[in-house]
Design a protein around this ligand. Structure first.
Ligand code: NAD
Ligand code: TYD
Length: 356
């Protein structure tokens, strides 16, 4: 019997992790702690919300008292921490919210776990605090040096307020291991794509815009490179590392799947067109080059050989299949998309792009 808090479980990646754990481990108790910010959506978990081993708790990770009380109430022995502010463009407009949630929120989770676990007779025995981070903490790689990849020992060099806040939270997690002996693990993953991603991120935003024949705002020249991983493969890696990963270790997670933005955008356009029965490529004219993102990192690329060698993880899906499944999912779930893109979010999106 394990009792695990998963934070941010109503978000994109968190919902896949919650679903995987609830279905795969009926003997575990899975407690999803989420504040339900604009990015949190309980509709992402409709299919598992009535399972007996699942509980949702609406709480802010910064609320130390609430988190500490929940850990006591549920005898929590594991934390998988995903809750965060996650969008770079928002962090450029509002860095304070990112410092609050990503840094102070992580610290609040760590401190609650520390005080609760240290109060038990067995202390840290059998416990685990697993922090989900991003490859963006490593900064940016050069476009003309394809042999360069981020490894677990690459120096932290964050550029955006988002990546700076995630880097800071990673340091706090490691400090809790080094100072108090807390059994922590950190993983740094590349860009995820797949169902349930909030449509402010490149792939779902563009699928929705193509469907409605709205312009596709490509930052700069579209030459930036990202390393894309299907979200269910990330969730599988999290499951493996939570159970088999070594305490105090860092693992990089990525699919060896680099794409220039403009190239992936063309694949998305052609896939949407084909699946909607339009002429393949007829929506390429929606591509609209706009002012570049401030401090836009040129290239991310993950070396995930450590995870493969030590724990045997590999991505299960070829990119072509992953993108096909993803586009199909968004086209089949228009209601999910409409619920998000109406109201407050619509106003925000319009204000973001009004001056581009
Ligand atoms: P997301 O924005 O889709 O979801 C974040 C979730 O956290 C939401 O449900 C939100 O309501 C919740 N949340 C935010 N602030 C909170 C608070 N103060 N208290 C409680 N809950 C709060 O994010 P995502 O893309 O699913 O990312 C999840 C994690 O994975 C983040 O830590 C992110 O840094 C990391 N990550 C994301 C990617 C990616 O490509 N999306 C890649 C690598 C790592
Ligand atoms: P995004 O999905 O925001 O992820 P991240 O910034 O964490 O990598 O963006 C992916 C890439 O796509 C990034 O290089 C920025 C670019 N991009 C655009 O060109 N236009 C857009 O409207 C968005 C949201 C992103």
């Amino acid at each position: 019997m394990r009792s695990i808090i998963i934070t941010g479980g109503a978000g994109f990646i968190g919902s896949h992790v919650v679903r995987l754990f609830v279905n795969k481990y009926p003997e575990y108790r899975i407690i999803n702690v989420d504040k339900l910010t604009y990015a949190g959506n309980l509709a992402n978990l409709k299919d598992i919300e009535d399972k007996p081993n699942y509980r949702f708790v609406k709480a802010d990770i910064c609320d130390f008292d609430a988190i500490y009380a929940l850990m006591q109430e549920e005898n929590v022995d594991g934390v998988i921490h995903l809750a965060a502010e996650s969008h770079v463009d928002r962090s450029i407009k509002d860095p304070f919210t990112f410092a609050r949630t990503n840094v102070m929120g992580t610290l609040s989770m760590l401190q609650a776990a520390k005080l609760y676990w240290e109060s038990l007779p067995e202390k840290y025995e059998g416990k685990r605090f697993y922090h989900i981070s991003t490859d963006e903490v490593y900064g940016a790689l050069r476009l003309d040096h394809p042999e360069e990849l981020f490894t677990e020992t690459t120096k932290y060099q964050p550029h955006s307020p988002y990546s700076a806040s995630k880097a800071s939270s990673d340091h706090f997690v490691r400090a809790f291991h080094d100072t108090y002996g807390m059994p922590t693990i950190v993983t740094n993953c590349s860009n995820n794509y797949g169902p349930y991603q909030f449509p402010e991120k490149l792939i779902p935003l563009f699928i929705n815009n193509i469907r409605h024949r709205k312009p596709l705002p490509v930052y700069g020249k579209g030459e930036n490179v990202r390393d894309w991983l299907f979200v269910e493969d990330h969730a599988r890696a999290i499951d493996l590392i939570f159970h088999k990963g070594k305490v105090a270790e860092t693992y990089n997670i990525g699919g060896f799947n680099e794409w220039k933005n403009i190239d992936i955008i063309k694949v998305v356009i052609k896939t949407v067109d084909r699946l909607l029965g339009r002429k393949e490529g007829e929506d390429l004219n929606l591509i609209t080059f706009v002012t570049d993102r401030a401090g836009h990192d040129l290239r991310y690329a993950i070396d995930s050989r450590k995870l493969k060698t030590e724990l045997g993880w590999e991505p299960s899906l070829q990119f072509e299949e992953g993108i096909e499944r993803t586009v199909r999912w968004y086209l089949d779930h228009q209601e999910w998309m409409d619920n998000i893109t109406s109201g407050e979010y619509e106003k925000y999106y319009e204000s973001m792009y009004a001056n581009r």
